[in-house]
Design a protein around this ligand. Structure first.
Ligand code: PFF
Length: 457
């Protein structure tokens, strides 16, 4: 098509290859790795679930991520505008809009958990969670989240801090911050892993993570694995499309995607290795859900020298990791309102933050005042998470796959992925095209229908 030949003018972007990786990783790595991955894995039986999760990451998540990079870099625009440029006067741009809505729903509960993490920095510093009694660890956490004002205020603080960063528009700041802090988080996780692996009874946790029992796998489990893959990689909502538009013309899109996916998975596995041995060693249950991180990690640190110091650093790093993800989420509506609707940055930031606080409080309060309010048998907290992971992101991802695989021409896509022919990666492009045209869309549809019980595999 003639659009394919049109080159959109370059705009400001990431400074270096490392910067590109750091920023995309900054969005991908977050509470998903250290909080959600372990608890969802725990609820779904361990190793077999991880195996399916990894298959979803490779055959669905990665191709969708590369597609988002293609769409973003080719159009050189943020997520809604990208579709408008590549397919003018068509409804494809709704894909970007659904991403914006999805960002709100994720933020409703994500900021609530980030609030817990922020609060835990101070609890660690004050020593109130330093205990060698698993019962106490559990009780401190439940008492905290079933309170009303304290978790709410932490959620608002989180939103306020993220909003302030967004308002300042420190893209450079994000890039620099992630580049230096991610490696430190990585190191500290390794320290935890070493300690956790040397706890008495640790081997049970290791086999939980590595010895698959496929008899436990059901349609519901597979849907959860795919949902986690979308959530983890921040794909299926346009965030990576926007980031793709900042990637320089000389970078390899497939290479970037593979590196991000591998690094992100490694961080999740490290978190799993830090948490599960401790779960078994201290007699918690892997099915303990969202509280897993907050009960096990304090216990792990408590059993080592300078534990209190390390524990505080751990939660500081965790909150920084969550900031990278939240910045990309908060930025989605702000970019839409400013770039497409002509709002000022200040108004867009405040509006977005107030809306997130106003509805997000229902997620926080679902551990207290609103614990009886359920939708489809889920608390509001769980509902927001289920809706986005298992439906909104996969469906938006499906549309992105169809767009990149069928709406854009083969030539356009190959041209973008090979950097105008300067990369000699024909077979990689072949694999990618096959995955995005056939494997990903068909798998997404089957997994959703099967997970919801419409078909039986
Ligand atoms: N990938 C982030 C995490 O695992 O914590 C969460 C996330 C960020 C999801 C950005 C979606 C998104 F657009």
């Amino acid at each position: 098509t003639e659009l394919g030949k049109k080159q959109f003018s370059p705009r400001e972007g990431f400074g270096s290859t490392l910067g590109v990786i750091a920023a995309t990783l900054g969005s991908a790595v977050g509470l998903g790795n250290i909080w959600k991955f372990p608890y969802i894995t725990g609820e779904n039986g361990g190793a077999a679930f991880i195996f399916i999760y990894f298959a979803c990451v490779c055959f669905i998540g990665l191709p969708v991520m590369i597609s988002e990079f293609v769409i973003g870099r080719r159009s050189n625009a943020a997520c809604v505008g990208a579709f408008k440029r590549l397919a003018p006067d068509t409804p494809w741009f709704f894909t970007g809009l659904s991403g914006v809505i999805c960002a709100f729903f994720i933020m409703f509960y994500y900021t609530s958990v980030a609030g817990w993490v922020f609060a835990y920095i101070f609890k660690a510093l004050s020593g109130s969670i330093v205990t060698s009694d698993p019962k106490v660890a559990e009780q401190v956490f439940t008492t905290f989240i079933s309170g009303i004002w304290s978790p709410l205020i932490w959620q608002w603080i989180v939103l306020f801090v993220t909003g302030t960063i967004i308002l300042a528009g420190v893209k450079n700041g994000i890039e620099r911050m992630t580049k230096t802090l991610l490696p430190i988080l990585f190191l500290l996780l390794i320290v935890c892993v070493v300690r956790a692996l040397t706890l008495p009874g640790a081997s049970e946790g290791v086999s939980f993570l590595f010895q698959p029992d496929f008899s436990k796998i059901t349609g519901v489990t597979i849907l959860a694995a795919m949902g986690l893959a979308f959530f983890k990689l921040s794909v299926g909502m346009g965030v990576m499309t926007t980031y793709g538009s900042y990637i320089g013309k000389g970078e390899s899109l497939i290479g970037t995607g593979i590196k991000v996916v591998l690094a992100d998975t490694m961080v999740s596995m490290l978190a799993g290795l830090a948490i599960f041995p401790a779960v078994f060693s201290f007699g918690f249950s892997p099915k303990d859900g969202p509280s897993l991180l907050f009960m096990t990690i304090p216990m792990v640190f408590n059993s080592m020298p300078f534990g209190q110091v390390f524990l505080s650093i751990f939660f500081i790093l965790a909150s920084i990791a969550s900031m990278g993800a939240m910045i990309s989420l908060y930025n989605a509506p702000v970019a839409y309102l400013t770039e497409e609707r002509g709002w000022s940055r200040g108004a867009a930031t405040i509006f977005t933050g107030v809306l997130m606080a106003a509805i997000g409080c229902t997620a926080t309060l679902s551990n207290s005042l609103l614990s009886d309010v359920t939708l489809f048998d889920m608390t509001l907290f769980n509902f927001y998470s289920y809706l986005t992971d298992n439906l909104m992101m996969p469906l938006t991802g499906l549309v992105i796959a169809l767009f990149a695989g069928w709406r854009l021409s083969r030539w356009e896509v190959s041209d973008e992925i090979s950097n105008g022919g300067s990369l000699n990666n024909k077979s990689a492009i072949g694999f990618y095209l096959f995955a995005i045209r056939y494997v990903a869309p068909i798998a997404i549809v089957i997994i959703i229908l099967n997970g919801l019980g419409f078909i039986k595999l």
